[in-house]
Structures are given as C-alpha cells and as structure tokens.
Write a protein that binds this ligand. Structure first.
Ligand code: BGC
Length: 833
C-alpha cells in the first residue's frame, strides 16, 4: 500500500492534486446504482460496519499494461475514515488480510508448479492469472448506523475470467455474509468494486447495490462522497448484467486456436432482445438517488426533443438513449440498435429541462454481404427514446447507404440468427407463453403494434446521402526517408529494436527516453522519434527513475510486484538490479501520473464531455513527461463477460465504444505533441492464446460490430495512431491484412495516422511452438504502413533479408517509414501542428 496521500502532495506536483480532485469530482458519474431502497445517501458520517474483499484491498484498476503506477491510492477503508466515519470492523479486516495472504502464497506456488509442468516460465503462466476469492469463516462482529459490504474482483491482460466461485460467481462465504448483513442492518449497501459483471443472482434481493467499478486513485473517497450525498451515481450499464447461465453460448470462447463468432451480430443486448430474454440488469440500466420523468416533445427524422423533470428529492443527471427498431426484412436484424445518446446537465429536484438529441438513421443500416453494401431495407423504422417509441420513419424502397467490397474472408459457417416470425395475434399469444419459459428464439420487432400511435415520416432515397469509396491509396514518400540506407529503413519499420542491445526489447517496457514507457520508434540520424506509453487508466510510466549518461532507468516500480513474484531467484535478482540500480544514489526522480477510472467505468457515465476531460488530464501528463503516443484508448467489444481485459474496454455496443474513443482522443489530442493509439484492431475479444488465436467472423459481424467503433473514432477524431491486434481474423493476422490496414482503414475511412502492431518480439525467445505462428515483420510491412512494435533482432533480420531478396520492395518500406516520420515530425515539433 502506498504511504503518500493526496494531502501530502507538494507544490511541485500541484498538477497531480488538481488532476486527482478533478477525477474525484467526475468518478461518481461512472458508478451505477443497481438497487435502492431510499436509505442512502445519509446526512452525517457515523459508525460503519465495513466488510468484504474490497474494503481494504480495494481495486483501482486491472492488471497488465493497463495498470497505472500512481503515487498513492485511496482504498475504501481510508476513504470512509477520512470522510469522518468510524470503521467498527478492524478485526474482521485484519483477519481477512491474513486469509488472503495465505491463499495468495499458495496460489503463487501453484502457478510455479504449473509452469514447471508445462515447461514454460512462471511469469508467462502467471500473466493476468487471478486468484479466486478464498472461502473462510470470520465472525461478522461489528456495529454501525450503516453497513457496507465491498465485493472486489480483479482481472487483467494475458488471462480470461472464469465462471467459477470466487470469480464470475460469488463464493459461498460471500453469499452467506452478504445475506446475513443485509438482514441484520436496516441500512445496508452491497458495493461492487469490479471490472465486469459478477453473477448477482444469489444476493439480488439485498436492499441496495452500487456498481462502484474501479475508479483509479480516488476510488475510496468517491464512495465516501456517494454515501454522504456529496456526489451521486448517474451511470448506466454499457454491458448486460445477468446470471451466468443466461449469457449466450452460441459462439466459441476460450478455444486455444479457433474462435467462431457464430452469434454474428447478436452480441449483448442485440441477443437478449431478440430472444425476448429479460436480463437482471439490461444494457442502459441504472438508477439514481433521484427519479426522472421524460416526455418526448417532438421527434422527426433527425432530432428528438425531450423534456426531463427531476421528480425526486436529490439532484441528478439523466441519460437519453435513442434506439432504432428496424423492420422485418430479408436479413435478420437485432430488435433495436442504439443510434444516439445524451447525458443531461445536473437537474435539481423539481427542475425541468429540454434536451435535443440528434441521430442518423444510417447508423441502423445492415451490412448485406450479397450486395457488399450497407443498406436500409424497405419498411418501418421505429425510433425509441429510452423505452418508449417516439416516431416512425417509413422507407418505401431499399436504400444503399454505402457500397463497399467484401474484404475480410469467410469464417467457414453461416451466422446464427433467431428464428423469424411475422407478428400475428396467434404468434403474439404463443410468444407470451414462451416468454415465461425463456426458451424461445423467435425474434420480433417489439415495437410494431399500435402503429397508429406514431407520427409517420416518409424517408426517400434522395434524402439520404450515399457514400462511395475509391480503393486506391497513395502513400507519399518523404525525401529524408529516401536517403536512408537499407538498414536504417528497416530499423524505422521495426519499432524500438536497438541493434546495440540493452533492455529496449522488453515487452511493455521498451522506452529509452521516458522511464517505464512501453516503446519508442528507432533513433536514426537526427530524425525525430516517438515515445509511447500505455493506458487506458492513465499514463503508465515508471514513477521513480534515475538518469545517467546512458539514459533513464526505472527504479523498482516499473514491473509490478504481481509479476516479480513469478520470477525465480536469479532472474528476479537480475531484474531487480537492472530496475533498481542507483536506488541509493539519492538522485531518484519522479513522474507521478494519475490513475483515472477504467474504460468500462468511463463509458458507464454515458457522458462524452466527462471522457474528454479525462483525456485532457492524460494529455497534460503526457506533455509533462514527454510521451507522444498514448497506447489507448482500448475499444474492443465486450463479446463475452469472460474476456480478461474487458475492464479496459467500453461496452458491448459499438456506438458507445466509438463515441468514448472519440471523446478521449479529443481530450488527449488537444495537447500539441500528443496523440492516442486506438487498440486492438480488431476482434481481440479473448486473452487466452491471444497471439495465436484465429477469430472467425462474418464480414457482416465485423463491419456492424467489431470494426464499427474504430470507424467512428477515426472518422470523428483522427487518432494519431492505431494498434492492430495479436489475433488472426479468418486465418490471417490482423497486422498482416492489407485489406484491413489500407483498404478499410485508409480508403474507406480516410485514416491518416500510423498503424502499429501490438507488442511482438516474434522471433527469438518469444517464438511460438505449435498452433498459429506470431505475425512476421516482412508480412506486416507488406500490409502497408505498419510499424512492427517493439520487435527484436530476429524480426529485424527477417525484414532486412526480405528486402535484400526482393520479397518486399524498398518502396513499400519507404512508404511505411514516411508515415511514421511525418507523425514524429508533427508530434515532436508541436507548434507546427
Ligand atoms: C498489450 C498492449 C500494450 C502493449 C505495450 C501488449 O501486450 O496487448 O495493449 O499496449 O503490450 O505494453
């Protein structure tokens, strides 16, 4: 646990205090109140009976490259105490610490034994591995005016979550204790300090449930503020929460090599709606301390005007969600698709405001693989505001909104789709019976009854603009690049690889100029270069470092303890020495960065202005520490709740994902010399064997779900960089797909920035045995504009050989290097922007 606290921050670090305070103000908006009985907030701090795994061991964010080394972090026990509460359950919290430490030791031992048996390194076996919550008996002694039980879960890069007790499921201990405390205390709140859904079914009857999420440095203070009503939850879920058994098992998840996305576009609420299954807490759900009444004042084919009144006793903010329910047609479609949303400003009790929300019917278009085009089928499109239909848009003919090409290959199966039935009185009655059985896979547009109640607006072909694409792309070559030798040119195509050696090739820590940065582009002649640091929950660099004539060296904190403990004796010592040299020189410098809320929590705010402000904080810290590219935001889709990195990602919905990536990018790129790197492009939805997993997906599902957020972000905010994913798509690594990296990114979407790989040292010690191979530097280079990050000697040699043998042209490498060079020139001389 860090010893310094926000109050200790000195004037030199005034920015840090300012950023932490700003995060504290915003973070409550990212929390979702799932259940309430009106007993919270309370007026005065008093005695609190505090229990649960996250009470003291609060989680500020997940593990892996998304973990931020902030100077301090306020856990929930500390947050409540500093707000004036007396915690009456110290004994329970101390005893829990003992239980946890014991279980942790046994867990590390087990990982080491597993690594030995699998002939691998414990650090690889242990990457992202999560110890399931242990079972225990600790007496629930304690007292207080309120009782808070904090249930915590962590997950991270390199491993997926599991549907077992202590991970997605609650342990017997948790269920027993939560139910007992809810019975005992009249003011009881279950607080979820988690990065993704847990199965709440055994405890769903408790009086109050708050999804706190993981909010970065100020997590504990934020909860105290909420309990005391100094701030309030106004978030809504961006992913469906329900019992584990109700999530679909149509597609594959967790196979080492092949992942068939058989469910096609029916992901998240698109699946639950079509199956007429009511999840426990649906997408878009969230309560507040107060209540609202929403009334549509007017609606047309582009704009909805809504009156919102705060009918409760507390201030609050509401979210307007606009969906389109398309007609039945030749292609099976989700019952509704989110096309726009808007978060209100704060509305006081009794106050009434008007909000306008703009939408575009083209966002409800379907990709027709037969036509290779996005189309709006003929028929009636119902526009739904929150849960109520507002207006009907009638298309009397089919409209092609974009003519494209099928580019991404075949998955080897036909997408699953719900059985389609026209709605008649008979099917309606039958459906009602089936609904209770919850086994029906009939899909119906839920909103087509009572057609007479809506205004009908006819949309003509002429009123919808149609986009055409030119699939030819010119990569300009810069004169500075033409002058380079073959070796230099290859170096510029291979990220941080340094032929002179050193630590530069270490995954996740390949920075030479900024301690703890994830990577850099090559230093060639006096050409500018780019420094890259991870995210997305803040800027991930080393908080302590020293500088000598050879450069900067992280001290101690660059590799988290969670990784160090998996190293055996000599390796651990060598690394500690390498990272710890100069520890006693008295010349340790600091780079303190702010841990902001995790990606999912940011999206739960449904407030893109808030996200832009968080991006602004990140941009400020990047500028301060000399980072050009932030390796974030991460916007893969929450396809399964088991993906270990979902906490970094925003949503099961591509519009939410795209819009939040836009907002964060705008916030970061306001800062001259700073850019985002949106990742991981694309279909990186599982961690297990992520560098060799083949995502088999239809062109339709890719274009409507998995590429869509990236498209929105590129079109609306031009992030300076984009990172491809580790996985293959329909048999070819995404980084090796020219169709993805040039035809779609640049020709269809007009992307101008850098394309880089996810961190691969493909050859040498990390070379894979069996299954699909890692991506190869010469194939990545041939895919166009891609920078192989961080790369190793083997990757450099392969590319140089390919150039010398004529397998790849010098022109291709010059084009790639020129893209990198132009960006480096722009970001390193920011006044020229
Ligand atoms: C992760 C990326 C990260 C990179 C650099 C990879 O293992 O997948 O998200 O940006 O490492 O640390």
């Amino acid at each position: 646990m860090d010893t310094q606290k926000a109050g200790d921050i000195m004037d030199d670090y005034a920015y840090e205090k300012e950023h932490a305070e700003a995060v504290r103000k915003m973070a409550a908006e990212c929390t979702v109140l799932l259940k309430k009985d009106g007993q919270f907030p309370i007026k005065e701090p008093g005695r609190v009976a505090l229990f649960g795994s996250g009470a003291r061991n609060t989680i500020k964010g997940g593990t892996g490259s998304g973990e931020v080394n902030s100077r301090y972090f306020v856990n929930i026990e500390e947050g409540l105490k500093s707000a004036g509460f007396t915690v009456t359950t110290k004994n329970w919290l101390d005893e829990y610490d003992n239980v946890k430490q014991k279980a942790h030791k046994a867990f590390v031992k087990e990982i080491k034994a597993r690594a030995k048996a699998n002939h691998t390194l414990a650090i690889i076996e242990g990457m992202g591995a999560v110890m399931p919550e242990p079972e225990y008996e600790i007496s629930l002694e304690g007292e207080g005016e309120i009782c808070i039980y904090v249930l915590a879960r962590i997950s991270g890069e390199g491993a997926d979550r599991k549907p077992v007790k202590g991970d997605v499921l609650l342990t017997d201990t948790e269920v027993r204790d939560i139910c007992e405390l809810d019975r005992k205390y009249s003011r009881f709140m279950l607080v979820l300090n988690v990065g993704g859904p847990v199965d709440l079914s055994p405890v769903n009857d408790v009086k109050n449930i708050l999804l706190l999420s993981q909010l970065g440095v100020e997590t504990g203070n934020t909860l105290a503020d909420i309990i005391l009503g100094k701030s309030y939850p106004s978030g809504k879920l961006t992913t469906t929460w329900t019992s584990w058994k109700d999530y679909p098992a149509i597609g594959d998840f967790g196979d080492a090599n092949e992942t068939r996305y058989r469910e096609g576009v029916f992901v998240g609420y698109r699946y639950f709606d079509s199956m007429r299954k009511k999840p426990m807490y649906p997408f878009g759900y969230g309560l507040g301390f107060t209540d609202f009444e929403c009334r549509v004042e007017s609606a047309d084919e582009k704009e909805i005007i809504v009156r919102i009144k705060n009918t409760g006793c507390f201030p609050g903010k509401e979210t307007i969600q606009v969906y389109i329910a398309p007609p039945f047609g030749k292609i099976a479609k989700p019952v509704r698709t989110l096309v726009a949303f808007e978060k209100t400003k704060e509305i006081l009790p009794g106050e009434e405001i008007t909000v306008s929300v703009l939408f575009d019917i083209r966002d409800a278009a379907t990709y027709d693989e037969g036509l290779a085009a996005f189309i709006l089928e003929k028929g009636d499109y119902i526009v739904i505001v929150n849960d109520k239909p507002a207006v009907m848009l009638r298309l009397e003919e089919e409209i092609i909104t974009r003519k494209l090409k099928n580019l991404l290959g075949k998955p080897g199966f036909i997408d699953w789709e719900p059985e389609k039935k026209e709605k008649t009185k008979e099917t309606q009655a039958a459906n009602e019976t089936r609904e209770t059985e919850k086994t029906d896979n009939t899909y119906e547009a839920n909103y087509t009854d009572n057609l007479d109640n809506y205004d009908v607006i006819t949309i003509t072909r002429a009123s919808i603009s149609v986009e055409t694409v030119c699939y030819e792309y010119e990569f300009p070559v810069e004169p500075e690049i033409s002058e380079l030798s073959d070796e230099e040119l290859v170096l510029l195509n291979i990220g941080g690889f340094d032929p002179k050696g050193g630590l530069a090739g270490m995954i996740g820590n390949s920075g030479k100029s900024v301690a703890g940065a994830a990577g850099e582009t090559a230093h060639i002649r006096d050409l500018p270069f780019l420094v890259m640091a991870d995210g997305p929950a803040g800027v991930r660099i080393s908080k302590d470092y020293i500088e000598d004539e050879k450069g900067v060296h992280p001290v101690g904190s660059s590799l988290p303890e969670t990784m160090l403990e998996y190293l055996n004796g000599p390796a651990r010592l060598a690394l500690k020495l390498a990272l710890g040299k100069g520890k006693n020189s008295g010349d340790v410098r600091h780079q303190y960065c702010t841990a902001i809320p995790i990606g999912t929590a940011i999206a739960q705010s449904w407030d893109t202005d808030l996200a832009e402000k968080l991006g602004d904080i990140v941009g400020d810290e990047m500028e301060r520490f000399g980072v050009h590219l932030w390796l974030a935001p991460a916007l893969n889709i929450h396809r399964s709740i088991l993906c270990g990195r979902n906490f970094e990602y925003y949503s099961e919905d591509p519009l939410i994902s795209g819009k939040f990536a836009v907002a964060i990018t705008r916030g970061v790129q306001k800062h001259p010399g700073c850019g985002t790197t949106i990742k991981h492009f694309a279909a990186n939805n599982q961690e297990y064997n992520r560098t060799g997993n083949n995502s088999r997906i239809s062109e339709r599902a890719l274009r409507e779900i998995y590429l869509r957020g990236f498209e929105i972000c590129i079109r609306e905010s031009q992030p300076h960089a984009l990172m491809t994913s580790y996985n293959l798509i329909n048999g070819v690594h995404s980084a090796e797909r020219r169709d993805l990296c040039v035809d779609i990114l640049r020709c269809e979407w007009g992307y101008k920035g850098i394309v880089m790989t996810d961190w691969v040292i493909g050859q040498g010690p990390f070379e894979k045995k069996g299954g699909y191979r890692n991506s190869l530097s010469e194939k990545v280079a041939a895919a166009g504009g891609a920078l192989f990050m961080p790369g190793g000697k083997g990757d450099y040699d392969r590319l140089l050989n390919a150039l010398k043998s004529g397998e790849i042209s010098r022109k291709q490498l010059e084009e790639n290097a020129s893209t990198v060079f132009r960006m480096s020139r722009m970001l390193s001389t920011p006044t020229h922007q």
